[in-house]
Design a protein around this ligand. Sequence first.
Ligand code: UDP
Ligand code: MG
Length: 149
Amino acid sequence: MLIKPNAVKNGFAHEIFLMVHNHGFKILAQKKLQLSEREAQAFYRVHAGKPFFQGLVEFMTSGPIYAAVLEKENAVAEWRTLMGATDPAKAAEGTVRKKYAESVQHNAVHGSDSDENALNEIFFFFSAREIVNAGGDIYQLHDILKNEQ
Ligand code: UDP
Ligand code: MG
């Protein structure tokens, strides 16, 4: 998951991590960083060519973000539920986006949309060594994916 620049700027990162913790996720690893333009373009490459792409890249590079690896049974779906809908106007009560998003673009947090993309996104931000040193099992992550195919 990512905490996007607007939420970090507004000082909500700690409260968001607290929500994550209180909903039973283990925060396996986390770091604060600022994306370059090339990095943001690469991270959001599935959206390249869409009308909101350039604005999204500008927004995501506009300030520091947090990247974190969350662990929980069924983590991808569980985090998407807690995160809420992309458009905060449609996000359910009690979700992160309902509470902290300002608009469709400035929607406070990012979540992966599949186990396969989660693994790609984890390794976009963290090295295998960082995950291992945080107590994570990268080989188990790979095995879970293999067994799903
Ligand atoms: N986004 C945007 N305008 C749109 C749709 C999406 O600015 O019309 C941004 C928004 O920040 C969103 C991100 O692009 O979180 C990725 O879009 P996606 O459809 O993957 O939504 P998500 O998976 O983040 O809910
Ligand atoms: Mg998405």
